[in-house]
Design a protein around this ligand. Structure first.
Ligand code: 3PG
Length: 215
């Protein structure tokens, strides 16, 4: 399946943050075991690039992308190391251009109508709504979606098992992203079963919210 098909079936994108490639691989495998096969490896540690490369090479069941990509040079490095999509906290033309030159999906962060309009005029069809809970949550998302009728959104930032269904109930939402699926304490304790359980719970919530049959 390609990323769009995977996100239609399992509309949740977990964040993988690690400073050790082995941990990034174990975390991604645990997520995939729970049914989440798209993972955003975030560029927030010194070894994030190695972590991305390891997940891309060693977890074939997962489509690995790079998150927290701040610059065109980071986007280039990510794509040279196996990233199959790019996520940014904000909207940067250089990051968007690099992703598009490589023909991979890019999900830049937006929070305001002007930013969505800029993304629209760059030819993008999907943006990350960030930080979703602080930026007005579901009501703000609905207001943006009613104006930008063709745009798809990926709410991220404050999404959890508790509000996932509310965000996914908005038809313009492609998928939700977040770190609640990969808690640092579970990773520190080596409790990967917990991550698999959180992934399975998210899939269950998402499929009920979307009316998707299991299996
Ligand atoms: C991101 O980079 O997308 C956010 O940090 C995710 O926000 P969360 O930690 O609240 O899920």
């Amino acid at each position: 399946m390609n990323i769009t098909e995977l996100l239609s079936d399992s509309p949740v994108v977990p964040l993988v943050q690690a400073d050790d490639p082995a941990i990034a691989v174990e975390t991604s495998r645990a997520l995939a075991a729970g049914g989440l096969k798209v993972a955003e490896v975030v560029f927030r540690t010194d070894r994030a690039l190695e972590c991305l490369q390891a997940v891309a090479n060693e977890v074939p069941e997962t489509i690995a992308g790079a998150g927290t990509v701040l610059s065109a040079s980071q986007a280039t490095a990510a794509l040279e190391n196996g990233a199959r999509f790019i996520v940014s906290p904000g909207l940067d033309d250089g990051v968007v251009a690099v992703a598009r030159e490589h023909g991979v999906p890019v999900y830049p962060g937006i929070m305001t109508p002007s930013e969505v309009q800029h993304a629209f005029n760059l030819g993008l069809d999907t943006v990350k709504f960030f930080p979703a809970s602080i930026a007005g949550g579901v009501p703000a998302l609905k207001a943006l979606a009613s104006v930008f009728r063709t745009m798809k959104f990926m709410p991220t930032g404050g999404v959890s098992a508790g509000n996932l269904a509310d965000f996914l109930a908005v038809p313009a939402v492609l998928a939700c992203g977040g770190s609640w699926l990969t808690p640092a304490d579970a990773i520190a304790a080596g409790d990967y079963n917990k991550i698999t359980a959180l992934a399975a719970q998210a899939i269950d919530i998402a499929r009920k919210a979307r009316g998707i049959n299991n299996g």
